[in-house]
Ligand binder design. Sequence first.
Ligand code: 13P
Ligand code: SF4
Length: 308
Amino acid sequence: MEREKIISEITRLKKEKDVIILAHFYTDPEVQDLADYIGDSLGLSQMAANTSAKIILFCGVKFMAETASIIAPGKKVLLPDPTSGCSLAESIKGSDVIAWKKKNPKGVVVSYVNTTAEVKAYTDICCTSANAIDVINSIPDGKKIFFIPDKNLASYVKIKTGKDIEIWNGDCCVHEYYDTKMVLDEVNKNPDAELLIHPESNCSHDPLIYKKPNSYILSTTGMIKRVGVSSAKRFLVVTEPGVIHRMKKLYPDKEFIPCDEYNECIQMRKITLEKMLISLRDEIHEVKVPEDIRLRAYPSIEKMLTLH
Ligand code: 13P
Ligand code: SF4
């Protein structure tokens, strides 16, 4: 089917079936263009919690659709490609968290939202890159914290909060690639550009980067907001390049330089218009978290959402 037909068919089915399309900033630009809401992990969770639509067509990866299913059990959550996973979420299992809790019965488990529903079931509180520092600061001093699964975000948060944090050795294959040397090479080529860095990046907790004037460590939404208030005209963007599509739409008079335009998340990019149409038309690839896991995972997400 040609592209225009696919788009009009998705639009028709959306109305007929009472659907909201949610898309992460890292999805393909043409997927973002069809979404009702484009956001970061926190914004997408908030949207899933508040929508009145019957079906959520979730254009992102599996842990995000699971989060939506945990928060909104009465909705049908569809993930257009059921194989769309995440290297970070898959780096830790529920049994790893149980083992830590056995050794640290008074400890607090903080899970980055990039975790499976099973891991969230053993989590005390979730966070995203947008609220990780606030979440850690909400934990009383003196408590040992297990921050899972992203080692780079954890290291950055540990520096910023000074809390007693044990770090799980997981990483995102997209952001781990952005090391200090690579980023500083791009900075040298673009000395006038403001530097926007996602905290999952390998370089985010290096003082050479976070202490640099004109450098900001931010979630994807944080980056977009920063562009809006900054007087800079050029921005060097250190994250998955999909977010630049949104930046260009909102700020067409500013210039955005991807640190690496080819460093795409292959999982997010599995979502295509064709797969969206098939999933919506046939109502297939539903993500439904089993009720016993959902009930145990829900409080950790709810606590995070009530902090905002
Ligand atoms: P945010 O959307 O929270 O910035 O996270 C980035 C990411 O890697 C999502 O998978
Ligand atoms: Fe996972 Fe990284 Fe892709 Fe986000 S960008 S979904 S953390 S692999």
